[in-house]
Write a protein that binds this ligand. Structure first.
Ligand code: FES
Length: 660
């Protein structure tokens, strides 16, 4: 082919028709089928963000010309049948592509369904003092003798009847003001946002809604915990301060990547960022509608919202390009969000409802952590406190009321069940705690909801690793004892593994095991987190033993067995009384900020006060990490309780192991 012909063929356009939707699009040859599907806004799952690793973006080429660059995980029969990996298959000419119907995942993640709590536990000093208030007004109707404008008339009534001297209103409100007042015969209730401020200066109250007559509506707020995996929304009544209901769902962005890095990669695709923003909004809207339907309220009665999420999630919700979060020197576009109204974001609350996004501190210490620090109360205590939130990233904050130092380390998805063969999220059937007999090496376990065993979730993995270690089936370097007289330890396809549940046991329909490579992922994850603790402490000249309180936030923390987490060297070996589980601190902080205006000031102050330590720029992190790549640690002297447990069972080393 001549150069000219080659150029022409490279730039040739092709028509792609998707079935069963019937969507058609013209794209240049060389476009991936995944990109073409995204341009058509089709729902093709892409958990690895199009890196060709997950094999989940399958489509079927029913006719036409495509170029396959990889068939990640497809069987030959599937390839012959036209199946293709969309992100690795490129348009050659016009083609017809079938997008399989998606099997919907259950939308209620385990542990997040809150059965009508009345309030969330808040560790900080706060009081019920919401910004949203409603006032009834009897406005004098206009006449030829009094031709004051409608808005000035309303202002006058507010000043005379409630002592509120000034009020402001935005255009959408003013557009309907004349009609609203007349329809209500000048007797109205006005809902105002009080004590809004900008750059430390309070603004006059802002008009959010006018209701006819005496106030007989609900005045509600919603606090949202926007997690990478799951999203929880709490509906609260401003009149009582009570949480009246909550709803949760998986974050719909999961279809575009399992973790924040995959989503940042996905956002780079054409229209990828738009799709991620839309999916975040859709997820929250679904929850708002669920809460509306269940509680008989109107969506316009949701007068204010708060959102706490990690820095990537809040960037995506706002439609901000997250690319610079993962490129050195890891800079977010914003730390504190601008003033936002629900309508601007597409949220199905009152369009003028203010949405307060909790401020972040750095690329990997986000609003979920500032909300957590607030709700834990650590920002106001004299005690040296360590706050930790373990997920894909281990985020931690050390400090007292006088100073706060934060860092984040990438633990990978292992503790959330990702990247581990039998790993899974904490949903029905997940093995969540394990005990192994040191006589028979037989396991006993419990599953979430007592359902037939399906896999192992994070808390189960920590338990299992700890049990294998103290029973001597696993050595300090993470190698299984192949000589152990138990058929539970075996070698399959050249990889040693421990079978925690055989097909048929506990209702399982397949073997559930932990391989040496899973163990290695878990050890790397725990080493990263423990190294974070050490670096944080050393950088301010304190020892982990000096920490008076260790607060564990986040959904994952609720289910962790402290003793077993210490056993594997994930948590420091401190007396159990020093540890406190706080639950979902991100949601708790968002709730406190919704109900207490002063708490919003505190969150901003705390975020501004927190110093962010970038571990990738810290010379000692790698050394600490390497030292922690043992069970429980290279320096066993730091783990006296583990040393004691090993000695008691006669299962392990009591001497310090050699360096790696
Ligand atoms: S293999 Fe295509 S999105 Fe993962």
């Amino acid at each position: 082919m001549s150069d000219a012909a080659a150029t022409e063929s490279r730039t040739a356009m092709a028509t792609i028709t998707f079935s069963p939707s019937g969507e058609t699009i013209e794209v240049p040859a060389g476009t991936s089928l995944l990109d073409a599907a995204i341009l058509c806004e089709l729902d093709v799952p892409a958990p690895c963000a199009g890196q060709g690793r997950c094999g989940r973006c399958r489509v079927r080429v029913t006719s036409g010309e495509v170029e396959r660059r990889s068939n990640a995980g497809l069987a030959t029969t599937e390839i012959l049948d036209g199946w293709a990996v969309a992100c690795q298959t490129y348009v050659g000419g016009s083609a017809e592509i079938e997008v399989p119907e998606r099997r919907r995942e259950a939308v209620r993640p385990h542990g997040h369904a809150v059965a009508e709590p009345e309030s969330l536990p808040i560790g900080c000093d706060w009081r019920q003092d919401p910004a949203v208030r409603t006032f009834e007004l009897d406005i004098e109707p206009p006449s030829l003798a009094d031709n004051t404008s409608d808005f000035d008339r309303l202002r006058r009534a507010l000043a005379q009847q409630h002592g509120i001297e000034e009020v402001r209103a935005e255009l959408p409100m003013l557009r309907r003001l004349g009609t609203d007042l007349r329809m209500a015969n000048w007797k109205v209730s006005v809902t105002l946002e009080m004590r809004d401020w900008v750059f430390g200066t309070y603004l006059p109250p802002r008009l959010i809604r006018i209701y006819p007559g005496a106030f007989s509506h609900a005045s509600m707020g919603v606090a949202v915990d926007l997690g990478t995996t799951s999203v929880v929304a709490y509906l609260l009544d401003f009149a009582t301060g009570r949480v009246v209901d909550s709803a949760s769902a998986y974050n719909k962005q999961i279809a575009c990547g399992d973790d924040v890095i995959s989503r940042i990669i996905y956002a780079k695709r054409k229209r990828g960022l738009g799709r991620l923003q839309r999916l975040a909004v859709e997820t929250i809207n679904d929850l708002l509608e669920e809460l509306q339907a269940r509680n008989g309220i109107e969506l316009y009665e949701i007068h204010e919202m708060t959102v706490a999420g990690n820095t990537t999630m809040t960037h995506l919700l706002l439609g901000l390009d997250p690319q610079y979060l993962r490129a050195e020197p890891y800079i977010p576009t914003i730390s504190a969000s601008p003033k936002l109204a629900a309508g601007e974001l597409g949220l199905h609350a009152n369009i003028l409802a203010r949405v307060h996004v909790m401020p972040s501190v750095g690329s990997y210490v986000g609003g979920d952590i500032t909300a957590g620090v607030i709700s834990s109360g650590m920002f106001a205590t004299d005690k040296l406190t360590l706050f930790i939130d373990i997920g894909t990233n281990g985020e931690m904050v050390l400090g007292t009321k006088d100073w706060l130092l934060a860092c984040a380390c990438s633990a990978g998805p292992a503790f959330e069940g990702g990247g581990v063969g039998s790993g899974m999220r904490a949903s029905a059937g997940a093995i969540e705690d394990v005990y192994i007999s040191d006589d028979t090496w037989e396991p006993t376990f419990r599953t979430v909801d007592d359902a037939p065993a399906v896999g192992i979730c994070g808390s189960g993995l920590i338990d299992l690793l700890g049990e294998l270690f103290v029973t001597g089936l696993l050595d300090k370097s993470g190698h299984l004892d192949l000589e152990a007289p138990t058929a539970r330890v075996r070698v399959r396809r050249g990889v040693p593994e421990y079978v925690v549940c055989r097909a048929g046991e506990g209702g399982a329909d397949h073997d559930i095991n932990l391989t040496e490579s899973d163990i290695s992922s878990l050890i790397r994850a725990k080493a990263a987190i423990y190294a974070g603790f050490e670096v944080l402490c050393r950088s301010v000249g304190v020892d982990l033993a000096d920490v008076e309180e260790i607060l564990i936030g986040g959904a994952f923390g609720q289910y962790v067995n402290i003793e077993k987490a210490i056993r594997i060297g994930l948590l420091p070996d401190q007396p159990v009384e020093r540890f406190k589980f706080l639950g979902n601190t991100s949601a708790q902080g968002a709730y406190a900020a919704l109900l207490c205006v002063n708490t919003r000031h505190d969150v901003l102050e705390v975020a501004a006060k927190m110093t962010y330590l970038e571990l990738s720029a810290d010379n000692t992190f790698m050394d600490e990490y390497t030292s922690a790549l043992f069970l429980p640690h290279t320096d066993l002297a730091n783990f006296p309780s583990v040393q004691e447990a090993l000695a008691k069972r006669g299962a392990g080393p009591t001497a310090t192991p050699e360096s790696p």
